[in-house]
Design a binder for this molecule. Structure first.
Ligand SMILES: [Zn+2]
Length: 203
């Protein structure tokens, strides 16, 4: 699937497990779900000339900035958490996250980063950096693997085993991708409004 689709579905999956009436959880779900939704594709490097991956990264940065503003507006506490946990664990988490991203950028597309092992390692890094983001990041990451498994192109879900996994249901680009992206964004907007108790349609 394409990056916008992964971001949309990642946020929707994360918001699905967020508690209602908690702006703090919504901010964490949007940040964790969007980053978790696309980080597996850090194995698509600029040298591999993939415009879609670049767009995905720009969108995630925009979402992160918007979430930072929302964090201050709702006094959601994510920034306060980070400031309050400055220390060895935070630095270790950032170093691990950067190292995994670097490793991913130097491995084949849909191999290491598209595995359960990499998901666990990235989740551990996020746990060290900002624990409140962990469940939402994990949901975003899991949604990426689930979506990519449906594609015709294999992923190495059980890396380092060489087993290739694919349900061969659809192409990464195309009508299915567009439909899933629209449903993902629509679900994100509805869930966000519901979680923030702006609407009560889903009661
Ligand atoms: Zn992928």
């Amino acid at each position: 699937m394409m990056s916008k689709t992964h971001i949309a579905v990642g946020m929707a999956a994360a918001l699905a497990i967020a508690p209602t009436g908690s702006p703090e959880a919504c901010v964490a779900a949007v940040v964790g779900g969007s980053v978790g939704g696309v980080i597996a594709d850090c194995d698509i490097t600029p040298s591999r000339a993939h415009k879609d991956a670049l767009i995905g990264r720009i969108i995630v940065v925009v979402i992160a900035v918007a979430a930072f503003v929302a964090d201050r507006y709702y006094n959601a506490g994510l920034c306060d958490y980070l400031i309050g946990h400055l220390g060895v664990e935070l630095v270790a988490g950032i170093v691990l996250f950067a190292a995994l991203t670097f490793l991913g950028a130097h491995t084949d597309h849909r191999s290491f980063t598209h595995s359960i092992v990499a998901m666990a390692a990235f989740c551990f890094a996020v746990y060290l950096i900002c624990m409140p983001l962990l469940p939402y990041f994990a949901m975003g990451y899991a949604s990426h693997l689930v979506l990519d498994v449906t594609n015709k192109q294999d992923i190495r879900l059980f890396w380092p085993l060489r087993t290739q996994v694919s349900l061969r249901l659809c192409r990464a680009k195309g009508v299915t991708n567009t439909v899933v992206m629209i449903v993902g964004f629509a679900t994100t907007v509805l869930l966000l409004a519901y979680r923030l108790q702006l609407i009560t349609l889903l009661v």
